[in-house]
Design a protein around this ligand. Structure first.
Ligand code: SF4
Ligand code: SF4
Length: 156
């Protein structure tokens, strides 16, 4: 699991995801949802996500997931729900449905190598705190460029 090609659009149908993540093994124990910090506050319900996919639907907002991996830890059959969520997010973003806050973060990351703008205010705060200036990001940006190229990731 985890090859870049797993994110090919043709590999992201509900049926393939059900098979790839062995969702039919789900025991309906509900431990994932009972342990999920997002579900506790009205966010994603991972058990419902699994049940929906088994019926060829996505009922949950995958952008509400915190990717904390607690659900995978507690799942008695080791269903990797966070990895499933990342694929569903990828599919959602390819369909142009990613929330703006995520799009902005991705754009900043591609531009600066970090998910937030680090302008003069950040530099001043670091100086006041006695922290060194942020390192030159050239090398990180080169490495990021390779990742972007290999994954064909883009946000134009
Ligand atoms: S990874 Fe997502 S679905 Fe799983 S417990 Fe954390 S917030 Fe909930
Ligand atoms: S913890 Fe695993 S087996 Fe239990 S309901 Fe969630 S996905 Fe299914």
């Amino acid at each position: 699991m985890g090859a870049v090609d797993d994110f090919e659009p043709g590999r992201l149908t509900n049926a393939i995801l059900v098979s790839h993540f062995s969702l039919a093994d789900c025991r309906d124990c509900g431990l994932c949802t009972r342990s999920c910090p997002s579900a506790r506050h009205g966010g994603i319900d991972p058990h419902s996500l699994v049940n929906g996919l088994l019926e060829d639907r996505v009922d949950e907002d995958v952008w509400d997931c915190l990717l904390c991996y607690i659900c995978e830890d507690v799942c008695p059959v080791s269903i990797n729900l966070p990895q499933l969520v990342t694929r569903l997010r990828y599919r959602s973003s390819q369909e142009g449905c990613a929330p703006q806050r995520f799009v902005r973060g991705a754009q900043a990351f591609l531009k600066e190598g970090r998910g937030f703008p680090a302008g003069s205010r950040v530099a001043k705060t670091r100086e006041e705190l006695g922290l060194p200036p942020l390192p030159n990001g050239d090398r990180a940006m080169r490495e990021l460029g390779k990742v972007v190229s290999r994954t064909r990731f883009s946000y134009d």
